[in-house]
Design a protein around this ligand. Sequence first.
Ligand SMILES: [Fe+2]
Length: 216
Amino acid sequence: MKRVDEASRRRILQRAAAMGAVVLAAPWRAALASLSPTPAQTSGPFYPDPVPLETDGDLTMLKGATARASGQVIQVSGRLLDRDGKPVPGATIEVWQANAHGRYAHPRDVNTAPLDPNFQGYARLTTDAEGRYTFTTIKPGAYPINPANPDGVRPPHIHFDVEAKGRHLVTQMYFPGEPLNEGDVIFGALGRQKQATIAQALGESAYGWDIVLGKG
Ligand SMILES: [Fe+2]
């Protein structure tokens, strides 16, 4: 049987789900038996401390603010799936990230890039009945791992913490076509699982990223 790679399986599943299709030829059924879980990655040192009071899905506009966060406004959306490709509704997804300058609003971030008082930096989302999530944010900037050493630079990425009925995944999403991706220590450690962590560009300012939860 022709080998079916992971990206193809995901595309087929997404298409089948969108069409409500359930009838598949036998070879495809075998190929679709199980999706690979999205790989776990470190939460890093900058999970919000404290978590901001505002946690809605628009990170670019704080309540009462007169200006948006600076940077390119983007929308990120996707589905949370189990290994059979079924949506996982009612899951909690926390996201957090650096601002457009590559700075976290966190006491341990000693990067000298400016803070952005208009940027929420964090959101707590719930997947809908179809396992979908969406949020509006700004494209995060790259930042040095150690400000004293300019060689190690993390590419733009968004941290995800997913909790669904006892299943827990902490990971990171990367952006397509970023030259810094390949030189990143954390991304590089993913090996053959790298592709599963890169979002799909859905236009100039929208990205799609499906997350697959493993068991337990
Ligand atoms: Fe980070």
